[in-house]
Design a protein around this ligand. Sequence first.
Ligand code: SF4
Ligand code: SF4
Length: 223
Amino acid sequence: MAKSGARKKLPKEVAVINADNCTGCEACLEVCPVDCIYKVAGSTIPVLQSWCEIDVERCVGCEVCVHIPTKKTDPYELTVCPWDAIEMIPTVRVAEYVVPRAAGDAADAECTVITFGPSQGGSVSDNVDRWVRQFNPLSGAPTKATHRVGGMTVTRVEVAGSYHPMSMPGGPQAPTTLQGARLLGAIVEAPSGLWFFKLTGPDASVRAAAPDLDALIDSVRAP
Ligand code: SF4
Ligand code: SF4
């Protein structure tokens, strides 16, 4: 049975899937020990257009979805993905924070800041879509807006509802589903690559912490 809950420490690398190469065969999904790979159905022809995505905020960097170790002298002999669609990307700079819960909320919120370096981690719209898909059902229409900070474009996203990052929309709910949740995310398009700020947790806790995160994002500058 896969482990559930938040990862205990940040991995040095996380796995990402190149959706252009992925056929949705589910080979990687079957082997992930923390169930952080999930299938996404295409919008036009769901069965034919499906692919898999990895929840990078939950990936523990074990590489099990990339290769099957055989012996020490040849540890990478067998690869999992038949289409070479998965790669391990160093978490160049990452931080994770526990955000104290607001009065009345049953759990703390959490905030992650992560970047993978130039041209890594997918597009802005891919990541916004991935964040929105982690909520089902929604409690309102997600909001998305862009603004400029320090000469860089920032895409700010807010979505609320039932948060279940490991489940497919419409599928069975994962054990970690959080009802009445909210996500505030921002993607900063820096010269060094995309920087992802993601605050998730109970609705009131995220709302309470939102001004601080907005202030942090509006203070960022390119090195
Ligand atoms: S590296 Fe490990 S935890 Fe991450 S997606 Fe692959 S199998 Fe899952
Ligand atoms: S093994 Fe490769 S092709 Fe199959 S679902 Fe995973 S990434 Fe996609």
